[in-house]
Write a protein that binds this ligand. Structure first.
Ligand code: FMN
Length: 184
């Protein structure tokens, strides 16, 4: 059976640091035999969660937009690479709107509807050179993924990412991203 890995990019900068790192993990996964796909949230049309509760009496979100398709793909994928830059200490708005829609992956008992053991990788980039800052954005999100039943394999964090192509000078991170993808 072919394994599927999908990447989700929460940065509006196409080919920026997060996009490149997510793509590099996906490239590694491709070499490991996965079928891959990538979603650039900024190019998609979707709403935030409407708190209508429909997903607690039905097994899916009532909204029908580009994130609905992504949620289905998350449910089917074996591995998901979640990527976002840090904007004002947190993940981007584009990412957070998608994250809230993941509420529909939890049933009325607050148990995950996802098959357990799905692999997750988190990728972040920040402008600040101090990597000790903003770690919480990634670890808090990892906590949500664990509630959803994901096995969070790795968190890849980049600092000094002000320039969109700064990652090209970071062979260490590119190598790490590739080997994380290969090891999926
Ligand atoms: C609106 C906005 C808010 C930002 N807030 C922060 C921040 O709080 N801390 C930080 O270190 N960098 C911050 N940055 C810088 C980005 O995190 C940084 O440029 C990152 O590497 C962008 O990733 P990308 O290349 O994938 O787009 C901010 C950038 C923008 C546009």
């Amino acid at each position: 059976m072919i394994m599927r890995a999908i990447g989700i990019v929460g940065s509006p900068r196409k080919n920026g640091n997060v996009d490149t790192l997510v793509q590099t993990v996906l490239d590694g996964a491709l070499d490991a035999g996965y079928q891959i796909a990538k979603y650039n949230l900024n190019e998609m049309k979707y709403s935030g969660c409407q708190a209508c509760g429909y997903c607690k009496s039905h097994d899916h979100c009532r909204l029908d937009d580009d994130v609905s398709k992504l949620l289905k793909d998350i449910a089917e994928a074996d591995a998901v690479i979640f990527g976002s830059p840090i904007y004002f200490y947190l993940f981007t708005g584009q990412f957070k709107l998608m994250e809230d829609r993941m509420y529909s992956l939890i049933d009325e008992q607050f148990s995950s509807r996802l098959r357990p053991g799905k692999k997750a990788i988190i990728v972040t980039s920040q402008g600040n050179p101090d990597l000790a800052l903003f770690e919480r954005a990634a670890t808090d999100f990892a906590g949500i993924l664990k509630v959803l039943g994901f096995d969070v394999k790795e968190i890849i964090r980049m600092e000094k990412g002000g320039a969109p192509d700064a990652v090209l000078e970071r062979k260490d991170l590119l190598d790490k991203a590739r080997s994380v993808g290969l090891a999926l």
